[in-house]
Design a protein around this ligand. Structure first.
Ligand code: NAD
Length: 368
C-alpha cells in the first residue's frame, strides 16, 4: 500500500494516478527526485497482478533513474511510469493520446520515453498530445533506437574495467562470456569482435542467435546454463537482472562482471562477495546509461556526434568510480551510489526541485 512513510523512506517526491475509463487507461507515474532537473524515465506496460505490484515497480524503477542520471552527469531527475494492462490487447491510439494529455498536465516535471512493451509507434501517439516525451521517431527530431548507444557505453565500461584489472584498456585476446544476444548484446558483440576479443555467447531465442552469428561471425555459441562456467576474462550479462546470485557466483571464472542488464546483483551483498573474490564489478546503471544519454539530448537537438561523445564519458566516470571504491574501501556498487548521492546533495543545497517550470536546457518543443 502506498503511504507517506513509504515515500519518505525512499525519497519520492510525487506519485500520480491517472485513469480514463473511456480507453481503459490506468497509469501510475512516480517522480523520485527532481533536484538535478526534470524527471526522465520510460513508460512500461505490464499486466500487473495487483495495484501494489505496480506501485512497487514504479517506485523502485523511478529511484533507479535518479541514480542513473546523477552518476552519468546528466541534468535530469528520476521518474518512471507504468501503464497497467496487457500490451497485446489493451494498446490503442486513444489510450496513448489520453496518457499524453495527462502527461502534459505535469508541466514538464516528468518526461517519458519507451520502456518494456512500449515502442516508438506508441510514443508517437503520446507525442501528439505533449512535448514532454523523448525517444520519438528520427523523422520528428527524435534519436531513434538507443541500443547501439547503450552497447557503446557498456563497451567503454568494459574497457575501463580492463584498464583497472589488466593495466591496459585493450580487449585484444580477452575472452568475453556474453549472455543475451538481443538489441544491446548484438551491438556489444560487434564492438568486442572489432577490438580483438573472443566472444562466447548464449541466448534462448533462435532468431536472435542466428542474427548474432551473422553480425559477430567469430563468436561461439555456448549452452544457456554453461555461460556461468566458461573460462573467460569478462562475464557480460545482457539479458536478465539478478544473474549474479547465490547459485551462480561461485561458478564465475571471470575477473570482470560488466554488462547491459539492469540490477545484475540479485542482492547488494553479492557485490560484496564479488569484491571478496577479487572480481571487478562495473556498475550496471552507470555503464548501461548510453541509451539515456542519447535520448537526453533530444530537447537541445540530437546528433550522432554529440551522443557518441557523451557516451564515451562512461570510460572516465567508470574509472572514477573504481578510484572512489579503492579510496573508500567499499565495493564498486556502493561507490557508484555514493557518487550519485554526493552530486544530488551538492545541488540540493543551491536549489529545490523543479516545481512547475522547466529549466532553460529543456525549453520544450512543438508537439506533432
Ligand atoms: P532484448 O530483449 O533485445 O534482448 C534480450 C535478449 O536476452 C533476448 O535475445 C532474449 O532472448 C535473451 N534472453 C532472455 N532470457 C535469457 C536467458 N535466460 N538466457 C540467455 N538469454 C536470454 O533487450 P535489450 O534491449 O538488448 O536489453 C538487454 C538488457 O539491457 C535488458 O536487461 C535491459 O533492461 C538492459 N538495458 C537495455 C537498454 C537499451 O538501450 N535497450 C538500456 C539500458 C539497459
Amino acid at each position: 500500500m502506498l503511504t507517506f512513510d513509504k515515500l519518505y523512506s525512499e525519497g519520492h517526491e510525487e506519485v500520480v494516478f491517472f485513469s480514463d475509463p473511456s480507453c481503459n487507461l490506468k497509469a501510475i507515474i512516480a517522480i523520485h527526485d527532481t533536484t538535478l532537473g526534470p524527471a526522465l524515465g520510460g513508460t512500461r506496460m505490464w499486466p500487473y497482478a495487483s495495484i501494489d505490484d505496480a506501485i512497487e515497480d514504479v517506485l523502485r524503477l523511478s529511484k533507479g533513474m535518479t541514480y542513473k542520471a546523477a552518476v552519468s552527469g546528466l541534468n535530469l531527475g528520476g521518474g518512471k511510469a507504468v501503464i497497467i494492462g496487457d500490451p497485446k490487447v489493451d494498446k490503442s491510439e486513444a489510450l496513448f493520446r489520453s496518457y499524453g494529455r495527462y502527461l502534459e498536465s505535469l508541466n514538464g516535471r516528468y518526461i517519458t520515453a519507451e520502456d518494456v512493451n512500449i515502442g516508438v509507434e506508441d510514443i508517437e501517439h503520446v507525442f501528439t498530445e505533449t512535448s514532454n516525451v523523448v525517444g520519438v521517431a528520427q523523422i520528428h527530431g527524435g534519436s531513434g533506437n538507443p541500443s547501439p548507444y547503450t552497447a557503446r557505453g557498456v563497451f567503454k565500461g568494459i574497457e575501463a574495467s580492463c584498464t583497472k584489472v589488466y593495466g591496459d584498456r585493450s580487449l585484444k585476446g580477452k575472452v568475453v562470456a556474453l549472455q543475451g544476444a538481443g538489441s544491446v548484446g548484438r551491438h556489444l558483440g560487434s564492438f568486442l569482435e572489432k577490438s580483438g576479443a573472443k566472444v562466447l555467447f548464449t541466448d534462448i531465442n533462435e532468431s536472435n542467435i542466428d542474427l548474432f552469428k551473422e553480425q559477430v561471425p567469430s563468436s561461439e555459441f555456448v549452452g544457456v546454463d554453461d555461460i556461468y562456467d566458461v573460462n573467460c576474462d569478462i562475464y557480460a550479462p545482457c539479458a536478465l537482472g539478478a544473474t549474479v546470485n547465490d547459485k551462480t557466483i561461485d561458478r564465475l571464472k571471470c575477473k570482470i562482471v560488466a554488462g547491459a542488464a539492469n540490477n545484475q546483483l540479485a542482492e547488494p551483498r553479492h557485490g560484496d562477495i564479488l569484491k571478496e573474490k577479487n572480481i571487478l564489478y562495473a556498475p550496471d546503471y552507470l555503464i548501461n546509461a548510453g541509451g539515456l544519454m542519447n535520448v537526453s539530448i533530444e530537447f537541445e537537438g540530437w546528433s550522432d556526434d554529440k551522443a557518441t561523445r557523451m557516451v564515451d564519458t562512461i570510460y572516465d566516470t567508470t574509472m572514477n568510480v573504481f578510484k572512489i571504491s579503492d579510496e573508500e574501501n567499499v565495493p564498486v556498487y556502493k561507490a557508484t551510489d555514493l557518487l550519485a548521492e554526493k552530486r544530488i546533495e551538492a545541488i540540493r543545497g543551491i536549489q529545490g526541485g523543479y516545481l512547475g517550470h522547466l529549466p532553460h536546457r529543456f525549453p520544450g518543443r512543438k508537439i506533432r
